[in-house]
Design a protein around this ligand. Structure first.
Ligand code: ZN
Length: 54
């Protein structure tokens, strides 16, 4: 799914499969799913649901 190794922006732990995550990003101007995936990889901040609550 991700080409890069996704990691939590808060604690820097690698995101494990099936973990609940929160992605902080701006909604891209393009609406295609492929575009959004690329956008998350480039600009999205992935945060563990748990870390986001703190
Ligand atoms: Zn974290």
């Amino acid at each position: 799914m991700f080409k890069i190794t996704p990691q939590c922006s808060v604690c820097k732990k690698e995101i494990q499969a099936n973990e609940e995550i929160f992605v902080e990003m701006r909604y891209p101007e393009t609406k295609g799913m492929a575009e959004i995936k690329a956008f998350i990889q480039n600009q999205g901040k992935i945060i563990y649901e748990e870390c986001n609550k703190k």
